[in-house]
Design a protein around this ligand. Structure first.
Ligand SMILES: [Zn+2]
Length: 326
């Protein structure tokens, strides 16, 4: 295997993941921009684009066209075999539809590519590997969130307090918004959720794909108009709209890059929530330690901390580890 400069992860002889390369099969682990580079080229030049059904559907919602005759939805655990190489997808807890990729080579080597993930050993199964290719987003030893167990309860407390006084608005990226919705419903937040535009479309498909949330109102419906007048609701907007937030409501920004506290006040009415969808440094090390690869390759095409992580693993676990591309 190798990682190319454009982020393409070559697996065996027939597959490439998360970037374009001249191979028969392009695998997409999830819909984030840094994993779908040159998708148009792959659609034209590869035989098929492989991903979970959710990922392939959500790509289309986001405006990337993967025609039906080119897409190969692959349920978790289902193997495909090409020239004696076997590939399958495994669950990854990151965004809806995310997967890890396992490739068993002709010679019997098992290559695991984690894609992006969090919660290893819990909602992201740790897969045994000969060669492990791993994301390194929070690959620096400073990037630990010792408070990660408290993020959800702190967020829910603050949401419930704020809702008692008026409407609130939650800002985040596609996927993270829907995850927050599910967490809020599970945590007993029962105010109506109001969505619009692409967030609405994305939420609709996420619900069809198994996201378990109810009471979603689209902002131009009569029900939404009524709810907006009532003043008791949660509105969800894209991350980029946080810049133009208003102060007649309490605002929450869901952001990964926070290592100091679960919740940080940024102005009188606004909070940044340390709501990450990536493993922190300790969890990355935990994955490697339990997966027990003979070789770890850290993904330096998407993170500047791939070398730090590889060095740490080599020193502390005694496992051969290199960042790629070099
Ligand atoms: Zn991602």
């Amino acid at each position: 295997m190798s990682i190319q400069r454009n982020g393409a992860i070559l697996l065996g002889r027939n597959f490439v993941a998360d970037g374009h390369y001249d191979r028969p099969f392009r695998v997409i682990t999830h819909f984030h921009t840094d994993h779908i580079g040159e998708i148009g080229k792959s659609v034209r030049e590869c035989l098929s684009v492989i991903g979970t059904r959710s990922t392939l559907r959500l790509l289309n919602v986001l405006g990337y066209n993967v025609p039906e005759d080119k897409s190969m939805p692959l349920p978790y655990g289902q193997k495909i075999e090409v020239e004696e190489e076997r590939l399958f997808l495994e669950r990854a807890d990151h965004v809806i539809g995310s997967s890890q990729v396992v490739l068993e080579t002709k010679g019997g080597t098992r290559i695991v590519y984690t894609g992006d993930f969090k919660s290893p050993g819990n909602r992201t199964p740790i897969l045994p590997s000969d060669i492990l290719v791993m994301e390194a987003t929070y690959g620096h030893p400073n990037m630990r969130r010792p408070f990660k167990e408290q993020v959800i309860s702190t967020f829910l407390d603050r949401v419930n307090n704020a809702l008692a006084a008026g409407p609130i608005r939650v800002f985040g990226y596609h996927g993270k918004i829907q995850e927050a919705m599910a967490i809020m419903r599970k945590g007993g937040v029962d105010a109506p959720f109001v969505v619009g535009g692409k967030v609405a479309k994305f939420t609709e498909v996420a619900m069809q794909e198994g996201l378990n949330i109810d009471q979603i109102l689209v902002d131009d419906s009569p029900e939404a108009t009524e709810v907006l007048r009532s003043g008791w609701y949660v509105r969800f907007s894209h991350f980029n709209e946080f810049r133009s937030r208003r102060t007649n409501q309490v605002n929450f920004l869901l952001s990964g890059w926070e290592f100091d506290s679960p919740l940080k006040k940024v102005d009188e009415k606004s909070y940044v929530v340390a709501f990450s969808d990536h493993a922190d440094f300790d969890e990355l090390v935990e994955y490697v330690s339990a997966s027990k690869p003979a070789l770890l390759v850290t993904d330096g095409s998407r993170s500047k901390y791939a070398r730090d992580l590889a060095n740490y693993i080599r020193r502390t676990l005694g496992i051969r580890a290199v960042p790629m591309p070099i």
